[in-house]
Design a binder for this molecule. Structure first.
Ligand code: HEC
Length: 121
């Protein structure tokens, strides 16, 4: 009995400590990432068949959708630079982000959605 009580106490302590950590938001699970989609249906369809494969996949090495910490330094470059990086390709990302049907406006909307800036629309 004594050991069980102590184990429970340690668990409670660990939970309390993690709740007090400096970063309040835990990383999203793969299921939560997969559930995110742009509000606009046409943009959502483009997203589904291109960006999502990497940007909602924690194993892809891409900044994850709605991951504020990952996007904020990239957003500092300015939206036009980010959009141009998608068009020309950037490090692990192929040119066009695997979206043959995307227009420049579509890329802008998709980058805004990925970076969690969509609410401004
Ligand atoms: C095949 C995988 C893949 C696909 C598909 C993909 N990306 Fe990416 N993307 C990446 C990776 C990997 C990075 C990180 C590159 C780095 O900084 O190392 C990235 C980075 C980015 C960046 C940040 C560029 C910068 O300058 O920091 C933007 C913006 C972006 N992607 C938008 C998109 C959009 C929009 C789509 C869909 C049209 C898309 N990506 C599709 C893999 C992908």
């Amino acid at each position: 009995m004594g050991r069980i009580t102590m184990g429970t106490g340690l668990l409670a302590l660990a939970l309390a400590l993690s709740a007090c950590g400096p970063k309040a938001e835990p990383p999203m699970t793969a299921t939560q990432l997969a559930a995110l989609a742009p509000a606009d249906g046409r943009i959502a369809a483009l997203y589904e068949t291109s960006c999502k494969g990497c940007h909602a996949n924690p194993a892809a090495g891409a900044p994850l959708v709605h991951d504020k910490a990952a996007w904020s330094p990239r957003l500092n470059q300015g939206l036009p630079v980010l959009v141009s990086h998608v068009v020309t390709g950037y490090k692990g990302m192929p040119p066009g982000g695997q979206c043959a049907a995307c227009s420049p406006q579509d890329y802008t909307a998709l980058v805004k959605f990925l970076a969690g800036q969509e609410a401004a629309q």
